[in-house]
Design a protein around this ligand. Structure first.
Ligand SMILES: *[C@@H]1O[C@H](CO)[C@@H](O)[C@H](O)[C@H]1NC(C)=O
Length: 375
């Protein structure tokens, strides 16, 4: 109903506009020495009318509910179901509207002065799908006495505390984080052997990975580590002269800063965001611990298809210690991964034997999958 009325209004406006235009044309041609015969409609007006008709046709085509002439009482345009889903799961800028309070706080600052210390607020918005964030005209705070002697070594003996703003964290030093949990990755030297040893079938040491790629005539130069924490995988690959960028969030600790302090590229990108990389450009995508059964299946499906988008033909997807319930691996995740149509280079599963794993009947999967060369 509303749309039909709107259409009538549009027609009316169009009619009035056309009349005003012809009136203008006639009045302006009065001054001309030789006015055209009064019956003849000038070409440009005919053209304008055609344009208006075409516009209306176009509009009605996009609203099939109203163009039939039958008022359905529902004039909402059909929205592709994927888009609806996407707007809930995944950042498109309009998600900012869903979080007006956070957004208001984020944009409440004094222009041309120092920004509030609110990187946690920015991250909250990003995680809720408000991304890219609006720009601000203020200066982000930097640490007051940063050290300038930054290590070229991606496995330095320690990371400099003075280069991080600790205000938002309960720990105020990397030592504190390491005491709290030595496996978070904030002691780089401690992790130098990671990705290098084979302890179980679930491991894929980097030398073996490179050997597999080489044997398949597929070179690995460029990769992305999804949810890569402090960037240890990228660090190890750097020693092989392979460039890996790491997506990482600052959940409770300065992960992005730690990656950067190792001389690696941190991408501040949540799991549900479209990867900021063009189609078909990467040789390798690794999904580590961060990608697991806690991600909603639909979000995981989007993630896998986006990984497929950024991988070149012949590139590799490495699911490293993906964990889920055993029954779900069989019923949900294997079919999901299978839909990609990748070649299974490696597919190893084993029980997850920690207390949580035993309690929930969880299993690990490590898979190396190769994207077909052409589709
Ligand atoms: C990496 O590049 C450097 C400089 O070109 C070279 O000296 C080194 O041998 C390379 N390392 C590997 C593992 O290829």
């Amino acid at each position: 109903m509303g749309f039909t009325m709107g259409l009538n209004l549009l027609l009316l406006v169009a009619m009035v506009a056309t009349n005003i235009l012809s009136l203008y044309h006639l009045s302006s041609t009065i001054q001309a020495p030789k006015p055209p015969p009064p019956q003849q409609v000038p070409d440009h007006l005919l053209h304008q009318l055609h344009t208006i008709r075409a516009t209306i046709n176009h509009l009605t085509r996009h609203h099939p509910g109203s163009s039939s002439g039958v008022s359905s009482g529902n004039s909402k345009p059909p929205v592709p179901s994927d888009l609806v889903l996407y707007s809930h799961l995944s950042p498109i800028a309009s998600s900012c509207h869903d979080n007006p309070d956070l957004l208001h706080r984020y944009m409440n600052y004094t222009p041309f002065s120092t920004c509030p210390l609110d990187s946690d607020l920015a991250e909250s918005l990003v995680l809720r799908g408000c991304h890219p964030l609006p720009r601000r005209r203020c200066f982000s705070k930097t640490p007051t006495k940063p050290t300038s002697s930054l290590s070229q070594d991606p496995f330095p003996s320690s990371l400099p505390d003075s280069n991080v703003l600790w205000a938002k964290y309960s720990c105020k030093s990397f030592d504190c984080l390491n005491r709290f949990n030595p496996n978070l990755g904030f002691d780089p030297a401690h992790d130098i052997a990671n990705f290098m040893t084979y302890k179980s079938e679930l491991d894929l040491p980097i030398p073996q990975l490179l050997q597999i790629a080489k044997a398949a005539n597929s070179v690995i130069r460029l990769g992305l580590d999804v949810g890569g924490g402090t960037g240890t995988f990228a660090a190890r690959m750097k020693l092989y002269n392979i460039t890996v960028v790491t997506t990482t969030m600052n959940l409770g600790a300065p992960y992005n800063e730690a990656v950067a302090l190792r001389g690696l590229v941190p991408l501040h990108v949540p799991l549900q965001q479209r990867l900021p990389v063009f189609d078909g450009v990467l040789d390798l995508v690794r999904c580590g611990h961060a990608v697991n059964r806690w991600i909603p299946v639909t979000a995981l499906e989007f993630l896998l298809y986006d990984v497929d988008r950024v991988l070149r033909g012949g590139g590799y997807l490495w699911l490293d210690h993906f964990f889920s319930k055993g029954v779900d691996l069989e019923k949900v995740y294997s079919p999901l991964i299978g839909k990609l149509g990748y070649r299974k280079v490696k597919w190893a599963t084993a029980s997850k034997t920690d207390s949580g794993g035993l309690k929930n009947g969880e299993v690990y999967l490590t898979a190396l999958l190769q994207k077909p060369v052409s589709k």
